[in-house]
Design a protein around this ligand. Structure first.
Ligand code: SAH
Ligand code: SF4
Ligand code: F3S
Length: 459
């Protein structure tokens, strides 16, 4: 503790987040690291003392966005007479490193996903104009150990990273190179962070990992055994009190075990939603992607999940136009989609990523074919999503109220199946789980009303 007391000279930080939920989590943690040195978050880069772009490298477009955003921010920096520190974090930082500062000299520092705890030290170096301005080492556990133990919760839902990195090396994917080897946090660490969130009113927690069901963290020190699985972690978190809802994302079919399927049947806190990306419905393409599982194996998991929890909403990611994908391969994907019936799914055109094996493969698919396939797939997925949402009309569903809507009296929340729900109600419902009768639906949300008198006890 310094005898001058806490920093009073408040500065502002603007963080823009691209990519997956793990980046959203990391951005929150960067705010936690910056708060003690006097940085308060702001909603606009204009006038900010520090601008952080937390970037995504997954597809070419994602990376391009970063450079065009940097061009805009550079102009703001000049307009402020250079009084702005620009940091590039995340997966582009990890993949391109010093190249970013060469391409955009207005950038002051570059730090990979494992270096966020070093942010204050790096900012100090920039201000002193000495020392290295690039940190792209892989030291995942060091990062988690060094981040503050408490975090500022932001509403009744929170993300919690439990696992990082990936050893799967799908032939199209940059994640193993940007996030490093697969690593799980110890259960005790996670429990501490979870308890802290619960004490701030968090009711729904989403456990995150690039391969979250590969979780194998060190067991609690007071328990026997070496490592716990994700199913054990979920059951444990359901008992520590505070959480009514637990989710996890993203899973890999290869790591799905019987106990996790069973947990969906025996742990009511575990929400009926499974995001299990398959990428393709063709065994030829799955093999070329190095996914390590077949179409049949995937379909079997989906079937067993539905058996364990009949109201399970199923979700996936798809890539169309992977090198060598024939019309027949694509039809296999369409066919798989028809067989599973998705509540929601994300689909992308294959994007060539430098350094990945697929970028060197023969049979790259022409852009117009990719476009056609994507349109056909997305039309089918939209149809399924619309039907899934409509199937809730007439049901009374428990909704976690997350905030107020644009117009007075409008509230929004989330269903157990991750749908956005809009309804009229009082602002003091935020943070509660209430019954809402669903009266309408669209592609992206549900609308409902409060059954008369039903929630008075809760209000
Ligand atoms: N760990 C998760 C996915 C992380 S990346 C998993 O294994 O499923 C998120 C999604 O981006 C992937 O599921 C995939 O559909 C898509 N994606 C990854 N690399 C891509 C590429 N080169 N081109 C197009 N889409 C890609
Ligand atoms: Fe990428 Fe495959 Fe790892 Fe998912 S499992 S992050 S798609 S390499
Ligand atoms: Fe993008 Fe990195 Fe996530 S590449 S999808 S931000 S792990």
């Amino acid at each position: 503790m310094s005898d001058t007391g806490p920093e009073t000279n408040t500065k502002s930080v603007f963080i823009k987040t691209y990519g997956c939920q793990m980046n959203v989590y990391d951005s929150e943690r960067m705010k936690d690291v910056l708060a003690p040195i006097g940085y308060a978050p702001t909603d606009s880069p204009e006038g900010a003392d520090l601008v952080v772009l937390n970037t995504c490298h997954i597809r070419e477009k994602a990376t391009e966005k970063v450079y065009s955003e940097l061009g805009k921010i550079k102009k703001m920096k000049h307009a402020q007479g250079g009084k702005m520190t620009i940091a590039v974090a995340g997966c582009v930082a990890q993949a391109e490193g010093a190249e970013i500062m060469r391409r955009q000299p207005a950038v002051d520092l570059v730090l990979g996903p494992q270096a966020y705890h070093k942010l204050p030290e790096m900012i100090a170096r920039v201000h002193r104009s000495t020392g290295e301005r690039l940190e792209t080492e892989f030291e995942t556990l060091e990062k988690f150990d060094a981040l503050p133990k408490t975090r500022q919760a932001d509403g009744p839902m929170a993300f919690l990273s439990v696992q990082e990195g990936c050893d799967k090396f799908c032939t199209f994917c940059v994640v193993p190179y940007t996030r490093g080897a697969e690593l799980s946090r110890p259960v005790d660490d996670i429990t501490l962070e979870a308890r802290n969130l619960a004490s701030q009113g968090v009711r729904e927690i989403q456990l995150l990992g690039q391969n979250v069901n590969a979780y194998h963290g060190a067991a609690p020190v007071i328990e026997a055994g070496d490592e716990w699985t994700l199913a054990q972690l979920v059951r444990h978190l359901s008992k520590i009190g505070g959480f009514d809802r637990i989710r996890y994302t993203t899973s890999h079919p290869r790591d799905m075990d019987d106990d996790l399927i069973a947990a969906h049947a025996d742990t009511p806190e575990l929400m009926p939603f499974l995001h299990l990306p398959v990428q393709s419905g063709s065994n030829n393409i799955l093999k070329a992607m190095n996914r390590g599982h077949t179409r049949e194996h995937y379909l079997d998991i989906m079937r067993r999940m539905k058996e364990a929890r009949p109201d399970m909403a199923l979700a996936s990611d798809f890539i169309v136009g992977f090198p060598g994908e024939s019309d027949k391969d694509f039809e296999d994907t369409m066919d798989l989609v028809r067989e599973v019936g998705y509540a929601i799914a994300y689909s992308f055109k294959y994007s060539e990523r430098p350094g990945t094996p697929a970028a060197e493969m023969f049979g790259q698919v022409p852009e117009d074919v990719k476009n056609e396939r994507l349109q056909a797939l997305q039309a089918l997925l939209r149809e399924q999503q619309t039907a899934f949402n409509a199937s809730k009309i007439g049901e009374t569903v428990p909704v976690l109220v997350t905030g107020t809507g644009r117009n007075e009296g409008q509230m929004h929340g989330r269903s157990p199946w991750l749908q956005a729900v809009h309804f009229d109600g009082a602002p003091d419902l935020v943070g509660q789980i209430i019954d809402v009768e669903i009266v309408g639906s669209s592609l992206n949300s549900l609308s409902g009303t409060l059954p008369s008198g039903a929630n008075e006890a809760a209000a």
